[in-house]
Write a protein that binds this ligand. Structure first.
Ligand code: GTP
Ligand code: MG
Length: 367
């Protein structure tokens, strides 16, 4: 299999096309001795446009070809010929790409849905030919207007994957296993930490054709905010998620689940407090392991709620259906199509679903 390189940010030199100059031509024909001005207008310069595409899965192309130059407009010419407009440069980027002006830091916009466009830089307008300047007093104007420069600057593009729910967990907790069980996505799964090196999104499908997108990101460890492990940069990819799913490895004897949860919450909070406050589902994974079963009551007591029990290695994958349902409930759109608000407190305990309020209380991060 071809190694895939994942690029989630790129800097690009953006330059829209310059407008074509207007023409200063005069009509020259043997039978028309005093031919008047006949210089046409220049075409406008092409725009540089970002377009969201589900076929692009990283910013790799921009990374390798960071010069995004649209075509210049063609100059006008005699016989009132209008110059051709410069072609727009349309750059396909993954859904969820944001654009900034790299020089000022200003946010320029984002493209979220397939086909959505964002004009990054506008082409210059075409110049005017001398035909525009003919008047009663000036029958032979030499004046014409040159085309205008297109906008040009350095842009920074950043990809924030779009998903409804984001998986958060220590390396090796079983996040990718969970994504593989929930969706058709086939992330790499292996019994060592940092198997997953870049975000992967899978779609969970329900019998009524409802779908949810779940993002799997590399594992997070203590000190991630300071760049330990793969750091927190990948949290950017779940920063748009409406909900977080904490995956705890109940069989990990070095890191008891309640401590893992505490560390994960703290790292997410350091990255973005608002993200940490979103609704969450807490999963106790690897419950097929006897050690996990033995530890569960203690972990639940320390957490202050019962994380949802899941065994991905056991026959029938007990707990998986409950995870699917919990995701669905938490993310179900309201009848008006808007996402449901925070989880009601009542969903709590037995499903491991935790409302933001409850999370705050259950979090023993701060003294
Ligand atoms: N016994 C048992 N093993 C599991 C379970 N879920 C996952 N595993 C195993 O745990 C190991 C790690 O699983 P992954 O899904 O790769 O873990 P991850 O959280 O994606 O790991 P990183 O990508 O490294 O962060 C693999 O060997 C899985 O087979 C489970 O429910 N029970
Ligand atoms: Mg993984």
């Amino acid at each position: 299999m071809k190694a895939r390189v994942f690029v989630d940010s790129a800097t690009a030199e953006v330059r829209a096309g310059r407008g074509g100059d207007g023409s200063g031509s005069f009509r020259r024909e043997s039978h028309v001795p005093e031919g008047g001005p006949d210089g046409g207008d220049g075409g406008r310069g092409g725009d540089v446009v970002l377009r969201a595409s589900t076929h692009a899965d990283s910013l790799l192309r921009v990374f390798y070809e960071p010069r995004l130059f649209a075509e210049d407009g063609v100059a006008g010419s005699g016989q009132k010929m209008h110059g051709r407009n410069g072609k727009d440069l349309v750059v396909d980027v993954p859904c969820g790409t944001e654009a900034y002006n790299a020089e000022t830091g200003a946010w320029l916009g984002e493209v979220l849905e397939h086909g959505q466009r964002l004009v990054l830089a506008r082409g210059g307008r075409g110049g005017w030919g001398n035909v525009h300047f003919k008047s009663a007093t000036n029958q032979a104007p030499e004046k014409f207007i040159p085309g205008a420069e297109g906008e040009a600057f350095t842009a920074r593009l950043e990809l924030k994957t779009i998903a409804d729910a984001g998986l958060v967990g220590f390396p090796n907790a079983g996040k990718s296993s969970l994504l593989a069980a929930l969706s058709a996505a086939r992330p790499k799964i292996a019994n060592y930490p940092f198997t997953t090196l870049h975000p992967i999104v899978g779609t969970v499908e329900y019998p009524d054709y409802a779908t949810l997108r779940v993002a799997d990101i590399p594992g997070i460890i203590e000190g991630a905010a300071e760049g330990v492990g793969l750091g927190l940069t990948f949290l950017r990819h779940i920063s748009r998620s409406r909900m977080l799913v904490y995956v705890l490895d109940m069989a990990d004897e070095e890191n008891p689940a309640e401590r893992a949860y505490q560390v994960l919450r703290a790292e997410v909070e350091r990255y973005d407090a608002a993200l940490a406050a979103r609704p969450a589902l807490v999963i106790a994974n690897k419950m097929d392991e006897p050690a996990a079963q033995a530890r569960y009551p203690e972990a639940a007591a320390a957490l202050g709620f019962e994380p949802l029990r899941l065994s991905l290695a056991a026959e029938g994958r007990p707990g998986l259906e409950a995870v699917r349902e919990a995701l669905r409930r938490a993310l179900a759109p309201t009848p008006k199509g808007r996402p449901a608000g925070p989880l009601p407190e009542t969903l709590g305990a037995d499903h491991g679903e935790v409302s933001p309020e409850r999370l705050r209380r259950a979090t023993f991060l701060k003294p």
